[in-house]
Design a protein around this ligand. Structure first.
Ligand code: UGA
Length: 439
């Protein structure tokens, strides 16, 4: 079996690498020449644990290749995965121009039966548009070639994507023919052999499943953040409440950690896009609108706590920041809460000294030289008036608190991820402010 992956971004690279890892012949395509040249030299454009090694290993074995030539890559392959981006346009709906362009290229260049699978997160109904675009191109060529379309959404978490692909909670396949279903069942066999389930359904339901999954997860986060804020007001402790509710199997203890709002390239975009889909069909998704509103508010919570602590005046205060990426194990800063927090601090006249294990280069694109960057977490604390933890990287969890105390002008810690124990922090003499616990 030979497969082609179009789009060598985060999803395309992980998909291509993991399929080649189990011995499948994979060609990855991208329009970005520079990116492809780099990949051919073994330079990986994103930070994802284990990905670089997997790519070079399979390139060396000759079963993973990178090209900009889509015509050649489409010809003679059995399955094409569309993994290009769907950036949100101004009104929050997903921009499908790249997806449809790839569908057109498939129709232009396919020379035998091909299965075209949409993996990019696309609004309900897109796969049918993919089908029409392919049909149109075949018609222009005045040729009749059999093809199928399918939807195969991904559920990869950044930072754990390889593990998620190799040992999936589930694989969702939306197929509109038995041939397409069988092809995908075969392709995924190496990943389902150990009991990881493959769930086959119609194409529209598969498209909807992706949005419903991310929206449900985003709902859990906004819900717990709302409860955390109320806990502070009534004098309850969100950590106790979280443990108390999470032990009910129906609720579950995963994904109910309060914080400074969800970020990343998926939740904000997908929640917005689903609200938009509802609107298009005249259905008001009230819960999701609230999820979005709570998240927006939550991104300001830590900044307001810092502002209040310093009596509304941050002019010339120096704030040390640990963590800039939207979550640990990634350098991704898209929609990261740190963006809003740092910008608010700067606007209020504060100085910002930042450390992140991998996101510093990314941060420079956003903040330029308006903040200072450090390659050592403790160095960022020197002469700072407080520390704010914005990402729960493991290396922040048990720091040398004596050094932290010594380096800060005064021992004040704002913990946006609740990674420290309040009573221990108070015992050590810190002023400690976190989320959902009145301190
Ligand atoms: C998310 C989903 O978890 C994946 O299943 C999905 O495939 C992916 O989107 C996608 O659509 O491509 P990801 O964006 O990588 O994955 O990140 P998550 O680990 O889900 O975290 C999202 C945000 O929620 C982060 O900002 C994180 O800090 C926040 N979060 C997560 C919380 O605030 N509390 C929690 O308990 C969990």
């Amino acid at each position: 079996m030979k497969i082609t992956i179009v789009g060598s971004g985060y999803v395309g690279l992980v998909t291509g690498a993991c399929f080649s890892e189990v011995g499948i012949d994979v060609e990855c395509v991208d329009v970005d020449r520079n990116k492809i040249e780099n990949l051919n030299k073994g330079i990986i454009p994103i930070y994802e644990p284990g990905l670089g090694e997997m790519i070079t290993r399979n390139m060396d074995k000759g079963r993973l290749r990178f090209t900009t030539n889509i015509a050649k890559a489409v010809k003679g392959c059995d399955v094409i995965f569309i993994c290009v981006g769907t950036p949100p346009d101004e009104d929050g709906s997903a921009d499908l121009k790249y997806v449809i362009q790839v569908a057109r290229d498939c129709g232009k260049y396919m020379d035998d039966y091909t299965l075209v699978v949409t993996k990019s997160t696309v609004p309900v109904g897109t796969s049918l548009k993919v089908k029409s675009a392919i049909k149109e191109e075949l018609k222009k060529r005045n040729i009749s070639i059999e093809f199928d379309i399918a939807s195969n959404p991904e559920f990869l978490k950044e930072g754990a994507a390889i593990e998620d692909f190799l040992k999936p909670d589930r694989i969702v396949v939306g197929a509109d023919s038995t041939r397409a279903e069988e092809l995908l069942r075969n392709l995924y066999k190496p990943f389902t052999l150990n009991g990881h389930p493959i769930i086959v359904m119609d194409v529209v339901s598969a498209e909807m499943t992706k949005y419903a999954a991310n929206s449900m997860l985003a709902t859990k986060i906004s819900f717990i953040n709302d409860i955390a804020n109320l806990c502070e007001i009534v004098g309850a402790d969100i950590n106790n409440v979280r443990n108390g509710i999470g032990s009910d199997g129906r609720i579950g203890n995963k994904f109910i950690y309060p914080g400074i709002g969800y970020g990343g390239s998926c939740f904000p975009k997908d929640v917005q896009a689903l609200i938009k889909t509802g609107k298009e069909y005249n259905y008001d998704l009230q819960v999701l609108k609230a999820v979005e509103a709570v998240n927006k508010k939550q991104k300001a919570v830590l900044y307001n706590k810092i502002l209040n602590y310093f009596n509304g005046d941050l002019k010339d205060k120096t704030i040390a920041i640990w963590g800039l990426s939207f979550k640990p194990q990634t350098d991704d800063m898209r929609e990261a809460p740190s963006l809003e927090i740092v910008n608010s601090l700067l606007k209020a006249g504060a100085n910002v000294k930042a450390y992140d294990p991998v996101a510093i280069n990314e941060a420079k694109h956003h903040f330029g030289d308006s903040i200072s960057y450090y390659s050592d977490q403790y160095e960022a604390l020197i002469d700072a008036d407080c520390l704010a933890v914005l990402t729960e990287w493991s290396e922040f969890k048990i720091p040398n608190f004596k050094i932290v105390q010594k380096l800060l002008n005064s021992p004040v810690v704002f913990d946006g991820r609740n990674i420290y124990d309040k009573s221990e922090m108070l015992k050590m003499g810190f002023d400690y402010i976190c989320i959902g616990i009145n301190t």
